[in-house]
Design a protein around this ligand. Structure first.
Ligand code: AMP
Ligand code: ZN
Length: 113
């Protein structure tokens, strides 16, 4: 499958990996939109959040918990941070392998431009 994030998982494309286990990978976003910008992805290829199944709940939960754990380790838990998952064109999804953005380190305004 021609998927950028599957290639990162398979180490065919380099990335700065900050966490890895059997089902999840986390790495630095290559074009950070904030001083801290990490991506948390499942190792299983899931194209969009529309493709999530009921039995993916524990996987998505583990991604969320990992993001909060990283936020604490990166000292952005107290000042605050944003977690985002974009879906399809109107959601601004550019890479079609689901990913959770963890953004922080500055004041983030809402709604985004
Ligand atoms: P989205 O728009 O939600 O699909 O987000 C895709 C994200 O992937 C963007 O923030 C990109 O900067 C990031 N990205 C694209 N290519 C790479 C790469 N090779 N390594 C790390 N992050 C990437
Ligand atoms: Zn993939």
């Amino acid at each position: 499958m021609d998927c950028l994030f599957c290639k990162i998982i398979n180490k065919e494309i380099p990335s700065n990996i900050i966490y890895e286990d059997k089902q999840i990978l986390a790495f630095d976003d290559i074009d950070p939109k904030a001083p801290i910008h990490k991506l948390i992805i499942p190792k299983k290829h899931i194209t969009t959040t529309n493709d999530l199944q009921a039995n993916d709940g524990s996987l998505i939960g583990a991604m969320l918990i990992l993001a909060t754990d990283l936020a604490k380790k990166l000292d952005i838990a107290e000042p605050g941070y944003r977690m985002v998952m974009n879906c399809n064109a109107d959601g601004g999804q550019a890479v079609y392998h689901i990913h959770l953005h963890l953004l922080g380190g500055r004041s983030l305004h809402w709604p985004p431009g």
